[in-house]
Design a protein around this ligand. Sequence first.
Ligand code: ZN
Length: 134
Amino acid sequence: MAVFLVLGVFLFFLGLLLLLGQETVLSLMSIPKGQAAELAGVVLQGFGALLVLSVALNSSSEIATKRAKQNQAVLLSLTESVSRLEKRTSEFAEKLVALERTNYAQSSFSQCKCCGATVDRRSGFCSSCGKAQK
Ligand SMILES: [Zn+2]
């Protein structure tokens, strides 16, 4: 990638020198001064700029892809954490409900078999409807 970038910049400046009619460069490339040199300069500048642009665009899209992947990984781990937390919470809630049931069963109060009112086990009768509980 870096090689193409350097090549693109080099071609761009070579084209600029040709376009400006730089004698040394023209003689080195054995191109006569005039329209041919100008045309070659423009073509080289265009090609160089295209090369630099394509490298820049390519690397920026690579960076974007990399970032998207990182974001995806973070999102995935967050989702896993949330689902683990949900599982733990529901397990805790189940334990709490079970504990509440045990507490109620062990308490001295129960529900009346006839009207459903809260009844003291020791009395044996419902204080609401008066029916025996045994
Ligand atoms: Zn009752």
